[in-house]
Design a protein around this ligand. Structure first.
Ligand code: NAD
Ligand code: IPM
Ligand code: MN
Length: 348
């Protein structure tokens, strides 16, 4: 029988609440199978930092690296909390994991499930995947400030785009499009960000020539936000830069029934490092502790995790149970009640 070593980072705010349900679903779907998940909990996040001053130690990282996959809830405190200055949790923990584990594909599927409370009057069939670059762009932290805090301060953030980094994520996106509806949209801002834009455009054109049956188009990111609202059904695979992908996927979550349903995978396709699965949303301090958080995004992240590990049948069962649960939704339920319902559907 197969053993999968899973690192579990529940994190802050609603993170532990939604991860608890995701873990229950994982246990239920693997109950009678011949795969066993050996879970190691890691206490990481704003709470740990405030207690101990540690964000992510080398020992934490080494230990996480020795796992087959990672399940993460959400990390981070109340935006603007002065005790958490310097983005130490976002940069020092979450982005550090993505960078150190070379999660160059940030995979964010968006599907409008039947019954989901989407805000659009005529949404059509929304079913697309954002392939967000995960290790470069403005996220690298290549910047700085001089005359800091003065009226003459100059602050720079540099977006790093390498031909290597762009090509590997673009190749992944084309391969994914081949397995889907064979349509790929590059989203960028080539009319303004000419240097980075030129790499993205050139690489997409080059790789496109190896995929003659994939239809390719291009949208500036501002126009892409229009079409995500007016005609989201037009999209199949979107490939984009780290920051544009961040923004587009919160919007994508909103048009497909809410951020509480949006799952993601931070993938290292080469398999050199463990991939990490997490809801798109954050720690939601505004509703933490109220049992109101929707655990669906975390549960769907478990489906992505199972699929990534080749456990396709288990992944499909979780996905199906969630779809059935969404289709039958009525009155608002607690986090635990949604977990209960999904597990009941799994076992039905
Ligand atoms: P957020 O995603 O935490 O919350 C935005 C809004 O969505 C809030 O109103 C929240 O209540 C709601 N929401 C989020 N998840 C929900 C769920 N499962 N069910 C119901 N409603 C939900 O974004 P934010 O407020 O900008 O960030 C809060 C903290 O989380 C910050 O510290 C931020 O840096 C961090 N963050 C972490 C991650 C991560 O760990 N991957 C992702 C995004 C933000
Ligand atoms: C996300 C989050 C992170 C990001 C933050 C918390 C660093 O918003 O996972 O979408 O910007 O990638
Ligand atoms: Mn985000």
């Amino acid at each position: 029988s197969r053993v999968v070593k899973l690192a579990v980072i529940s994190g802050d705010g609603i993170g532990p609440e939604v991860v608890a349900q995701a873990e229950r679903v994982l246990d239920a779907v693997t109950e009678h199978s011949d795969v066993t998940f050996e879970k190691t909990p890691f206490s990481l996040g704003a709470a740990r930092y405030l207690e101990t001053g540690d964000t992510l130690t080398d020992a934490d990282l080494e230990s996480i690296r020795a796992h087959d996959a990672i399940l993460l809830g959400a990390v981070g405190g109340v935006p603007g909390d002065p005790r958490l200055k310097d983005a130490n949790i976002e940069r020092g923990l979450l982005l550090k994991l993505r960078f150190e584990l070379d999660h160059y594909v940030n995979l964010r599927p968006s599907k409008l499930f039947a019954g989901a409370p989407g805000p659009l009057a005529n949404p059509g069939q929304i079913d697309f995947v954002v392939v967000r670059e995960g290790t470069e762009g403005p996220y690298v932290g290549n910047g700085g400030s001089i005359r800091t805090g003065t009226p003459h301060e100059i602050a720079n953030e540099t977006s790093v785009n390498t031909a290597f980094g762009v090509e590997r994520v673009v190749r992944y996106a084309f391969d994914l499009a081949e397995r889907r509806r064979k349509k790929l949209t590059l989203v960028h801002k080539t009319n303004v960000l000419v240097h980075a834009g030129a790499i993205w455009k050139r690489v997409v054109d080059q790789v496109a020539s190896e995929h003659p049956d994939v239809t390719v188009d291009y949208l500036h990111v501002d126009a892409a936000t229009i079409f995500l609202v007016t005609d989201p059904a037009r999209f199949d695979v979107i490939v984009t830069d780290n920051l544009f992908g961040d923004i587009l996927t919160d919007l994508a979550g909103a048009v497909t029934g809410g951020i509480g349903l949006a799952a993601s995978g931070n993938i290292n396709p080469d398999g050199a490092f463990p991939s990490m699965f997490e809801p798109v949303h954050g720690s939601a301090p505004d509703i933490a502790g109220q049992h109101k958080a929707d655990p669906t995004a975390a549960i769907l992240s478990v489906a992505l995790l199972l699929d990534h590990l080749g456990l396709r049948d288990e992944a499909a069962r979780v996905q199906r149970a969630v779809e059935q649960d969404i289709a039958g939704r009525g009155e608002p339920r607690s986090t635990g009640e949604i977990g209960d319902a999904v597990i009941a559907l799994l076992q039905a």
